[in-house]
Write a protein that binds this ligand. Structure first.
Ligand code: HEM
Ligand code: HEM
Length: 173
């Protein structure tokens, strides 16, 4: 029972499913961001290969990222470990904003990938959404990492630990 519980999020603890999805999608998103950013800088011979690499990783990452977004709605967000009501709200808002931006990226990416040869209006809109979302995501992720580091350096709490491991004791509070 407690093993099953540790799969799910609890009021004060992330479960293994959220933890695994967080780190799998973090690695994929960082890779995709750097590869995506580098596509336009390639020579004419290299550009197709680099784009194909980005699309391939994007398609593999699609499932864990969609899983991540769905899981956040199926399993309510644990209470955040903030110090004030304002920091609680900023943290939760940033988490949902990152998930919304990721949703926009994984929706617009395939539209572009399928429409690239003909450069349709849909592809143009998808490119605008994808590249704006990529910039927004960068800002949000930097804020998110700075906030995590602030907890690590200045607050003696479990914020960092709990995105690596569920709490041992059962926790329904
Ligand atoms: C969250 C995951 C993703 C991130 C962080 C990401 C990031 C990026 C970035 C930074 C660019 C460059 C945008 C620009 O030039 O302004 C890009 C372009 C692109 N991405 Fe993604 N991407 C993601 C997911 C996907 C997926 C799932 C697909 C398709 C399966 C995809 C397909 C493309 C395509 C086709 C381009 C345009 C390449 C070109 O310039 O012709 N992306 N992506
Ligand atoms: C692409 C990069 C990242 C994205 C998109 C991202 C997104 C998120 C989201 C949406 C949550 C809320 C929980 C959930 O939905 O599962 C979260 C939680 C968390 N993330 Fe990240 N994350 C990223 C990278 C990182 C990195 C590199 C760190 C470590 C420095 C980190 C540390 C944390 C921590 C400590 C929490 C738990 C916060 C809490 O207790 O409320 N994240 N992340």
């Amino acid at each position: 029972m407690s093993r099953l519980r540790s799969l799910h999020d609890q009021a004060n603890s992330f479960g293994w499913i959220s933890i695994a999805l967080h780190w799998i999608s973090t690695i994929a998103v960082i890779l995709l961001w750097f590869i995506g950013q580098s596509i336009a800088q390639q020579s004419a011979e290299e550009i197709d290969a680099r784009r194909t690499l980005h699309i391939t990783i994007g398609l593999v990452a699609w499932l864990p990222i969609v899983g991540r977004i769905l899981w956040r709605f199926m399993s309510p967000h644990p209470h955040v470990n903030g110090q004030t009501l304002l920091t609680h709200r900023v943290a939760v808002f940033t988490h949902y904003a990152m998930l919304a931006v990721l949703g926009a990226m994984i929706a617009s990416g395939p539209v572009m990938a399928w429409a690239i040869p003909d450069r349709t209006a849909a592809a143009q809109i998808a490119l605008a959404v994808h590249s704006t979302a990529a910039r927004l995501l960068l800002v949000l992720v930097i804020l998110h990492i700075l906030a995590a580091l602030k907890h690590l350096m200045f607050h003696d709490d479990e914020t960092i630990a709990r995105i690596f491991m569920p709490r041992k004791e059962d926790n329904n509070s």
